[in-house]
Design a binder for this molecule. Sequence first.
Ligand SMILES: [Zn+2]
Length: 265
Amino acid sequence: MGLFSRKECVLCGGKAGLLTRYSLSGGEFICGDCRNRMSSNVDSIGSLTLEGVKVQIRLKEENNARYRSEFVTSRRIDVDSSHPIMAVDDTHGWFALLTDKDPDIFSFDQITSCNVDLKTSALSEEERKNDSGLMYILSFLQSDDFCSRYPKMPRCPMGCKVTGMRFEISFGPNPFNAKKVSLDMLPSWTLNKTEIEKAYMCANDLCQCISEYKSGSRVQAKVQAQAAPTAADATDQIKKLKELLDMGALTQEEFDAKKRSLLAL
Ligand SMILES: [Zn+2]
């Protein structure tokens, strides 16, 4: 068996080419297509067993179904309409990363930390002299006004330009076995001041949203919302009580008292 010997995918039996295959902990291979049936956020595929891969494929399918049927978007965090980042479901305390075709649903409880990774490079002599737009961005990113509005954002160093901005989320235990997800906030680097400002505001929104969940202020609102029964809930319960009354399991007095409390009379 040489280095270039033909390998087969243990899942689909298809060709697992040298450059596209992934090896598993038991020494088997899966092909690129089968890898893509798992979430792109699955880390360290080499440590998975064949059974672990099957679990991940099932999880991805269940996740897709859950996203379509149960996920209620309360708000979206986008750099702009062509660059969606995250959808938040306040009712369940979930979020979905929209940077993938099939969004993964995570719970805010699974996040351990987040930060903004700002990539910069030194300005050339030419840029220093000529680009007034660039100079605007730099003074904007270094200004006290900007830094007080976005306290969690890194300050751009003097004499540098922004070449990349990534929002990194670190995870504790989660079903996808994700350790860190890095979201690209500025995929096509540009000197456009508006785009950099939008990406910064979006990253700030993400920080804000995550810290609200971590501090419990959003979860609190959710619990309070659940504690207040809706009119529909009360009607349902009264119907059930009426059945119990008709069956003789409740007395008329018990029924009246329960009904009064459900209608908050
Ligand atoms: Zn395969």
